[in-house]
Each structure stands twice: as structure tokens, then as C-alpha cells.
Design a protein around this ligand. Sequence first.
Ligand SMILES: [Zn+2]
Length: 64
Amino acid sequence: MTEQKYDKEGLCPACGSIDLSDSHPQYDRNICWFETTCLDCNTKFDAKYFMIFTDNEILKGERK
Ligand SMILES: [Zn+2]
């Protein structure tokens, strides 16, 4: 198993590279994550974010 050396946004946790490729985000309640692959060392990891509500915006043309 790859050792985790870095725990910062935008850095590969194994080698610290910023050369990452991420997928579409996935959601579960107020957590979202991107399954990410490091293009330098090929480590796959989930980059997780905590989502904070800002506001509701009614979309024009969507009401009936
Ligand atoms: Zn890496």
C-alpha cells in the first residue's frame, strides 16, 4: 500500500505532485469527492470536500 505523505488540496498524497487527473464529482449528503489519479506516480485517491450551503436560486423558465 502506498504511504500517505501529503494531505493538502491539489497535491498527490503519495508523491506531492500537482499533476493530477480527476473525474466528475460524486456526492453523499454534504460530502463530495473526486476520484483522482496522479499523473506522476499513478496513485489513485479520493479528493474529498465538505459542501456548505449558500443559497437557493429559482431557475427562470422552470416554473409551471
Ligand atoms: Zn503521485
